[in-house]
Design a protein around this ligand. Structure first.
Ligand SMILES: [Zn+2]
Length: 69
């Protein structure tokens, strides 16, 4: 599965949201960083933390790593 992370933090939470490449809620191409191809979303979460300290999974495409705050 291919994962991306939003370059821009969410206004309220300050989180950078992780999506799967095929998610309908994925931001525009210029606003994302490609994370790579991973077996599952937990690995994508780990990788995304190398870019941004505050990350969260999209509730639609990455429910396993989505943290409700
Ligand atoms: Zn998504």
């Amino acid at each position: 599965m291919l994962f991306v992370v939003n370059k821009n933090a969410q206004l309220k939470s300050g989180e950078h949201i992780i999506h799967q490449e095929n998610c309908h809620h994925k931001p525009k191409e210029k606003n994302i960083i490609g994370l790579g191809n991973f077996l599952n979303d937990e690995v994508a979460l780990f990788e995304a933390r190398r870019y941004f300290p505050c990350v969260n999974g999209c509730k639609y495409c990455c429910p396993k790593i989505h943290l409700k705050r």
